[in-house]
Design a protein around this ligand. Structure first.
Ligand code: SF4
Length: 356
């Protein structure tokens, strides 16, 4: 065992956060925790994990659930492709693997939504196989520990970090080692203000010695953010029902429900939208507008959505065939994107003043 491995594992044993997916070798639970925690902080993901395991305690239950139920359990967590992929992967395991969770890195990677990181995490933690995990926390910790000054989002930088991670892995207990280095990145070697004075590896940290901690990891690429303009039509009718449509296609929020949408190239005044061909094509008879909201901004990783909610009144049955009528009071029970869910919650409290 190297000095870094020894210090890191001792520190982890003493300082690890007590979390329900630690101290289990159940691959299903480890997989769920890893998927929930992608792009999500532990504090936020913890309750989702507990609820998910309670609702879908094993592969079989998840595989036989309806997709809407799975999306409901994911509601508010974002990145819904994770939930859709888990559902597909569970069905694959149930149908093609006789319900047995794949146990090798190569077989794990065949599952929908499982990439090198999740395959390495499940293979090492559940099955003790020597595969090093490389996530954002690990990249940051190793970039600093070994003073890697090439951009970590370049091929060269990524290869260098992967080489270091494989070399550093403690192959006698790879699952624990992987969790330890991730925990160090999450709690000590944080993006801003790393706690070097509490770090068990400070004596071996090349960036600390070179006084380059604040400069690392180096990132080369700029994230391109696309702005989109969504005009949601909140179609009320006399039976206290609202129409929803299901999103499909290869786009954000696939499988979730939304108010019927007209996407435009820029901000469009509601009265102009109501005169557009697209709007006229949607309705068999032109509806009356009740009012509209201010523009709401919603940020995703690579997109900014500028949304307006336009409330209109239509007669029952005068919507499109693929629209689903839902009682207003039951809207919160549908799998909705957070943007719509939050808007509706505030609207119900009558705190959204509608413009006319
Ligand atoms: S000494 Fe500081 S920079 Fe180096 S690994 Fe520890 S926390 Fe990170």
């Amino acid at each position: 065992m190297t000095c870094i491995q020894d210090l890191l594992l001792k520190w982890y044993e003493k300082n690890k956060r007590q979390l329900p997916w630690r101290d289990t070798c159940n691959p299903y639970k480890i997989w769920v925790s890893e998927v929930v925690l992608q792009q999500t902080r532990v504090n936020q993901g913890l309750n989702y994990y507990l609820n998910f395991i309670e609702k879908f305690p094993n592969i079989k239950v998840l595989a036989s659930a309806q997709l809407d139920e799975v999306l409901m359990a994911w509601k508010g967590l974002g990145y819904y492709s994770r939930a859709r992929n888990m559902h597909l992967a569970a069905q694959y395991i149930d149908n093609e693997c006789e319900g047995r969770f794949p146990s090798t890195y190569a077989d794990l990677k065949k599952l929908k939504g499982i990439g090198p990181y999740t395959a390495a995490a499940v293979a090492s933690i559940a099955f003790g196989q020597p595969h090093a995990v490389v996530d954002g926390n690990v990249i940051r910790a190793y970039a600093r520990l070994f003073n890697v000054d090439v951009p970590v989002d370049s091929k060269e930088g990524r290869n260098e970090i992967e080489r270091i991670a494989a070399e550093q892995l403690y192959s006698t207990d790879p699952g624990k080692y992987n969790q330890a280095i991730m925990e160090l990145g999450a709690t000590i070697c944080t993006p801003r203000n790393p706690k070097c004075n509490e770090c068990p590896l400070v004596g071996s940290c090349k960036a600390f010695l070179a006084k380059s901690v604040a400069l690392l990891p180096v990132k080369g690429r700029k994230v391109q953010v696309r702005t989109r303009f969504f005009n949601f039509l909140v179609c009320h009718h006399s039976h206290k029902e609202i129409y929803l449509e299901k999103r499909d296609g290869n786009d954000i929020w696939k499988g979730l429900y939304q108010f019927p949408l007209i996407e435009t190239d820029g901000l469009t005044a509601p009265d102009r939208l109501l005169r557009s061909q697209e709007f006229k094509k949607m309705f068999q008879e032109l509806p009356a507008m009740e009012g509209f909201s201010e523009v709401v901004q919603h940020k995703l990783t690579h997109q900014v959505i500028k949304a307006r909610f336009i409330h209109i009144i239509i007669r029952r049955g005068k919507g499109q065939n693929h629209w689903v009528p839902v009682a207003e009071v039951n809207l919160g029970e549908m799998p909705l994107p957070r943007l719509i869910d939050s808007y509706w919650e505030v609207f119900l409290q009558k705190s959204v003043p509608l413009n006319i």
